[in-house]
Design a protein around this ligand. Structure first.
Ligand SMILES: [Zn+2]
Length: 451
């Protein structure tokens, strides 16, 4: 179930701008980044604000190029930004002085000609806390720039009917990680398995948890983050943001995984329960007028199908999630273990297990119907499947492609590539992107809130 963010609204690709003077890259700002309240929770939407930063700087685009691995050298950066070498040198010098990247000018060995400086995210630079609430657990991790998560910790889910209690558990788990870190913590991002409205950051249809519809999750989470002790190295007050997990996963895949360079990226995913989707257009998440676009889980793919949590029958949500695969196989998952892991194993066993193969075929046909409908409406240039859908794709790639092509207006003339997701813990990785977004927008925001 999709929702939210943000950031996403920031252009991620290099934008061609008039080459500024080197001076444009300076003025250290001691203020908060634009678009955020000091301690307030943001729903993703708030920092999407298009920068009134013409000429303000190339720092943000440059940092994003290094962060996403698109500018491993200064010459690559120079060309991606379409600026002079002197300007690129000023930009990288500033990002290095902010502690965000490293610039290595030593010869790479053996090569001829003038070596270009190598750029990388600073391994000792600041971190953010990424967090995710799953249907049956919590996860937290620290993340530096570069799209890599440190060790992921899973915790049990507290009393699900009280949002404040659950959000407190997330904030405290994140705070413990931040206190144990030797690097400065700059923010917290949280992925939720329900839609989150923009710009006010309320949770709608939090069906897994029976939270009241309209629960102000962004504000509640911000309060819990301020209350928790993130340690003396953390920015204070510490910014936080929340968004839907499928949207965040799509953002992570677009920046660091199977969606790189796609212009109209559709992501469809099945986690522990239900199905989510998201669309990234030219580097920006398409979230609709209120953050609620791409609710793909409730597309009907079998009018006589299983009952969905929304009250209808035969939604993609109910027909292609882990439980649906077990029902199709006539088997029962072990209640002691995560159903997603068990369903993924069941799908992978299709090569040697006729019952599993039949169940995979049944679920793949319904997934194909849903994808075909989405392709007809959205005309994506790439579809990334994750969670259980990744294993269904691996088990029956030709069958899935054929169902989509048969039902899709454009199917026979040009098939849409359907590829497996590449980012591990993509919702969590996307939560890290959400927390980093203000700094990708304005790297000088790292000056704010120094203790
Ligand atoms: Zn439904």
């Amino acid at each position: 179930m999709p929702t939210s963010p943000t950031s996403a609204q920031q252009p991620t690709g290099p934008q061609r701008r008039p080459a500024p003077d080197a001076d444009d890259v300076r003025p250290p700002a001691a203020s908060d980044p634009p678009g955020r309240t000091a301690a307030g929770g943001r729903s993703a939407a708030e920092h999407r604000r298009p920068a009134p930063d013409r000429g303000r700087s190339l720092l943000g685009p440059a940092l994003e190029l290094v962060h996403t691995g698109r500018a491993p050298t200064r010459s690559a950066l120079t060309s991606a930004l379409d600026v002079t070498r002197a300007t690129a040198g000023a930009v990288t010098g500033e990002l290095e002085s902010l502690g965000l990247i490293t610039v290595d000018s030593r010869p790479a060995g053996g090569g001829r000609g003038r070596p270009s400086h190598r750029l990388a995210v600073n391994p000792a630079g600041p971190v953010v806390v990424a967090a995710q609430i799953h249907a049956d657990s919590l996860s937290v991790a620290l993340a530096g720039l570069g799209g890599r998560l440190e060790e992921v910790r899973y915790l049990p889910l507290p009393d699900a009917t009280d949002p404040a209690r659950m959000l407190r558990a997330v904030a405290e788990a994140g705070a413990e990680l931040a206190r144990s870190a030797t690097r400065r913590c700059l923010g917290v991002g949280l992925a939720l398995p329900n839609p989150v409205t923009e710009p006010d950051g309320t949770a709608l249809a939090a069906l897994h948890f029976a939270w009241p519809s309209g629960t102000p999750v962004a504000d509640l989470f911000a309060e819990e983050v301020q209350r928790a002790d993130f340690g003396r190295r953390a920015r204070s007050p510490l910014p936080s943001a929340v968004a839907n997990d499928a949207n965040l996963a799509a953002l992570a895949e677009h920046r660091h995984g199977a969606g790189r360079d796609a212009r109209h990226l559709l992501l469809v995913t099945s986690g522990h329960r239900g199905v989510g989707g998201a669309l990234v257009i030219d580097g920006r998440l398409h979230t609709g007028s209120a953050g609620l676009a791409l609710e793909v889980g409730h597309l009907t793919v079998d009018p006589q199908g299983r009952r969905c949590v929304c009250g209808n029958r035969g939604c993609l949500n109910a027909e292609t999630d882990p439980e649906a695969l077990f029902v199709a196989a006539g088997r029962t998952p072990d209640p002691g273990g995560p159903i997603l892991d068990q369903a993924r194993r069941l799908a992978r066993s299709a090569a040697d297990d006729a019952g599993a193969a039949d169940a995979v075929a049944h679920v793949v046909d319904r997934l194909g119907l849903g994808l075909a409908g989405l392709v007809n409406i959205l005309n994506p240039d790439r579809i990334v499947l994750s969670g259980l859908h990744l294993d269904l794709l691996a088990a029956a790639p030709e069958r899935l492609a054929a169902v989509v092509a048969d039902r899709c207006l454009w199917g026979r003339s040009g098939r849409v590539p359907i590829v497996p997701a590449q980012v591990d813990h993509a919702g969590l990785a996307g939560a890290a992107e959400l927390a980093w977004q203000p700094y990708l927008h304005d790297p000088q925001a790292v000056y704010a809130g120094r203790g």
